[in-house]
Design a protein around this ligand. Structure first.
Ligand code: KIV
Ligand code: ZN
Length: 516
């Protein structure tokens, strides 16, 4: 029997980034795109090129880096968006433009204020223009879940005629039940058979994103749009890991169907996204939650000891969790043991990255007794995200706010020179950030600040994420800082955001993207 491949279209970098608080900087997006490629997703939606120069820059960097997966940019059905998308992906080996317009009555009447005929005309123009930049054009009927099926057929005929080869039918507001989505996909798949691939994109507002995607596959969808950890607008999107593992575990239901995903990369990819965005999957989240393989009750533990299949339907090793690895690293561990650990955790780091991460591991091991796998993942992730260190934190001294005025003294290295200054602030963090502004001469405005602990224990590493605009110019930049000391992590995050800003400015100056 021949196996049909369901294409996995990952939109973590676009719809996923629309999750509140999930913004990522260019270097982090590049790192994620490389990991998505290792996971073997078929299509990476790298962003929305027309949204900002930062988005454009990130897509264009990813297009130059990714070789195996198709790189895609989203574009509204307007010329300026399509042009930006086309230019951003122009260096990709495999490229796609994904253009969309709403097709439900409620969206056409109240949002677009357009008649159905006008919508069809715009869709045809968009696809025709997109074909000037890429052979592979996907068209989405936004809010297809609430659109009239007759109109879906009509607009689909028109865009296929104009050159679209994938028709995506999103349940944009996550409203539909699996049986309803299944019926829509069955009708549309039969209608477009041999002319286009039907794709789905299911939001999770009623917790049905994954169920609706699986039902769609059973009814003829041959592409699924999804995100790692289910990130996405509002309640999120269908989680990639859940769709893929459901298909793999229930081969008896998904007969003759498979994906290209290397499931052993799932856990590492999930941890990478959680580390970078600072958004942890809930502990009981299917497949990648911290408790997904933890058996707490005595009866379950007893069953597991007798035969794992009593309570385990997925083996942790299938998603890349190495349960046989009992090696605990500490301050006496050498480089070889460290490197071995990285391999077991699924990292493919080069020698320079290993050396840098090993140095940081040694510093950490001096101060922290138990080093968990999560600590190592966080250390290596921060070393493998390459932002040029234009400014580097050398030292920091704080005056406690108890009973006094909070103040900070900071030493920063820039172009081999060190400069120290001090400042007071409303609180300690305020004092630290103000001092960094004084030393560097850039005025930052803090938009968001988040701190999470990487592993357990009082001595856990702090992972600080900041979102800052510099000199009042958009877009806001994301910075991450990792340290046992939360204040130090905060200062590193703030300087990291500034370095990202400078590196993006440099790239935009040197590229033709300026002005988009
Ligand atoms: O949810 C949605 O409809 C979308 C489209 C742009 C594909 O994200
Ligand atoms: Zn969406």
């Amino acid at each position: 029997m021949t196996t049909e491949i369901i294409k996995i279209f990952d939109t973590t970098l676009r719809d996923g980034e629309q999750s509140p608080g999930a913004s990522m900087n260019t270097e982090e997006k590049i790192r994620i795109a490389s990991q998505l490629e290792r996971l073997r997703v078929d299509i990476i939606e790298a962003g929305f090129a027309a949204a900002s120069p930062g988005d454009f820059d990130a897509i264009s960097q990813i297009a130059q880096k990714v070789a195996r997966s198709t790189v895609c940019s989203l574009a509204r059905a307007v010329d300026k968006d399509i042009k930006a998308a086309g230019e951003a992906i122009k260096h990709a080996k495999f490229k796609r433009i994904h253009t969309f317009i709403a097709t439900s009555s409620i969206h056409m009447e109240h949002k677009l204020r357009m008649t159905p005929d006008e919508v069809i005309k715009k869709a045809i123009n968009a696809v025709t223009y997109a074909k000037e930049f890429a052979d592979d054009v996907e068209f989405s009927c936004e809010d297809a879940g609430r659109s009239d099926i007759g109109f879906l057929k009509e607009i689909t005929d028109a865009v296929i005629e104009a050159g679209a080869s994938t028709i995506n039918l999103p349940d944009t507001v996550g409203f539909r039940m699996p049986s309803e989505i299944g019926e829509m996909i069955r009708i549309m798949s039969e209608y477009t058979k041999g002319r286009a691939i039907i794709s789905v994109h299911n939001h999770n507002d009623l917790g049905l994103g994954v169920a609706n995607s699986l039902e769609s596959i059973l009814n003829g969808a041959r592409q699924v749009e999804c995100t790692i950890n289910g990130l996405g607008e509002r309640a999120g999107n269908a989680a990639l890991e859940e769709i893929v593992m459901a298909m793999k575990t229930r081969k008896d239901i998904f007969v003759g169907l498979d994906t290209n995903i290397n499931t052993k990369e799932i856990y590492l990819t999930s941890r990478l996204i959680a580390n970078i965005t600072g958004i942890e999957p809930q502990p009981n989240k299917a497949i990648v939650g911290k408790n997904a393989f933890a058996h707490e009750s005595g009866i379950h533990q007893d069953g597991m000891l007798k035969n794992k299949e009593t309570y385990e339907i997925i083996r942790p090793e299938d998603i890349g969790i190495d349960i046989s690895d009992t090696l605990i690293l500490g301050k006496h561990s050498g480089r070889a043991a460290f490197k071995d650990k990285l391999t077991k955790l699924g990292f493919e780091a080069n020698n320079e990255e290993i050396n840098k991460a090993f140095e940081r591991f040694k510093e950490l091991a001096d101060k922290k007794k138990n080093i968990y796998d999560d600590d190592i993942r966080a250390l290596v992730t921060s070393e493998m995200t390459h932002v040029e260190k234009v400014y580097e934190l050398i030292a920091m001294q704080l005056m406690d706010s108890t009973g006094g005025v909070p103040s900070a003294a900071v030493t920063i290295r820039h172009k081999e020179k060190e400069k120290t200054d001090a400042s007071i602030g409303g609180g300690t963090i305020d004092a630290v950030f103000k001092t960094i502004d004084r030393v560097t001469g850039f005025k930052g405005t803090l938009i968001d600040y988040k701190v999470t602990s990487v592993s357990q224990g009082k001595d856990a590493l702090a992972n600080v994420t900041v979102k800052v605009t510099f000199d009042d110019s958009e877009p806001a930049m994301i910075g991450h800082g990792l340290s046992l000391d939360t204040m130090l992590a905060s200062a590193k995050a703030y300087i990291g955001a500034l370095n990202s800003y400078l590196s993006m400015q440099g790239r935009l100056k040197n590229s033709s993207s300026k002005g988009i």
